[in-house]
Design a protein around this ligand. Sequence first.
Ligand SMILES: NC(=O)c1ccc[n+]([C@@H]2O[C@H](COP(=O)([O-])OP(=O)(O)OC[C@H]3O[C@@H](n4cnc5c(N)ncnc54)[C@H](OP(=O)(O)O)[C@@H]3O)[C@@H](O)[C@H]2O)c1
Length: 335
Amino acid sequence: MTPTPRALGAQLPPVFPIGLGCMGMSEFYGPSDDAESLATLAHALERGVALFDTADTYGLGANEALLGRFIAEGGAKRRAQMVLATKFGIVRQAGVYERRIDNSPAYIRAACEASLQRLGVEQIDLYYCHRRDPAVPIEDVVGAMAELVRAGKVRAIGLSEVSAATLRRAHAVHPIAALQSEYSLWTREPEAELLPLCAELGVAFVAYSPLGRAFLTGALDTAALSAQDFRAHNPRFTGTAAQANAQLVAQLGELARAWGLSNAQLALAWLLHKQPHVVPIPGTRRRARLDDNVGAARVRLTAEQMAQIDAVFAPGAAQGGRYPEAGWVGMEGRA
Ligand SMILES: NC(=O)c1ccc[n+]([C@@H]2O[C@H](COP(=O)([O-])OP(=O)(O)OC[C@H]3O[C@@H](n4cnc5c(N)ncnc54)[C@H](OP(=O)(O)O)[C@@H]3O)[C@@H](O)[C@H]2O)c1
């Protein structure tokens, strides 16, 4: 049975319920192999995945350039199959994680041009404000983004890691197609306000890091992470917090095995069953894992199974903050 596509606002076509996060192909999770990344992108399209997620900051443009290469190699037919999402707003220096945020209209226009160039496309399907600069009112940010829509450079707009109040104000200026925030078994904050508000406004909730940056899969050896890996500096992946969290993942693994699923499939299916407007975008650089993740769209969980999963990973059960200190810049509603 083909999974029912999920809405991404009124301006974009509904998409396969699981997208592909491309960030790890260029940065944050250790070395990558471009050939396998390109093969994974092609495999994703073959498996019906439509939503491809990148940002100008991933690899400081390298991730968009990789997608640009992929699109160029496939031509117009490939481009037409994709819903291409990228983001602006995080300004960093090469090799440095620390960042500043720029939401000024002039910066937004320049960032959009640079992303279009690197992607080699005439239009971005979904353009997100990645992080908020509180010095610029959200009305001005969305106003500048709406101008890009009117100019034909962007089809639909989104926001990332904003509060419910900001989402409501933004949506009053121009329809917001998608809100992208971290949401997974170990990051439950969106359930309080953001998920209900998205449902009320008809905004898709794009769940990033839905596999807990690999921790929830049970396949990650935190002791083996290199200093260059973002996770080696993330409180959830280190010290006693990592040990406590690993015990929860072990329990999750027992459920998954009993039900004939992988941990990743269980984590993704759980998200899909939470709300019909949730679109997870798991990241992977490998075709085999792509298959594993896409398979979650066909998993059916009963209410009883959902309750069993929730009993293992109750809100607040995970130990440690979800970002190191420098990562909280531009995030509204720290939790
Ligand atoms: N808006 C934002 O601020 C924001 C922040 C972070 C991420 N994002 C977006 O969200 C996307 C997804 O999040 P994420 O990549 O941070 O985390 P994630 O999807 O939770 O996890 C990705 C990690 O899990 C591993 N993995 C994937 N599938 C697996 C499977 N079936 N079994 C075992 N391991 C598996 C991947 O390794 P391999 O690659 O080696 O398979 C990678 O290390 C990103 O790519 C990015 O596009 C957005």
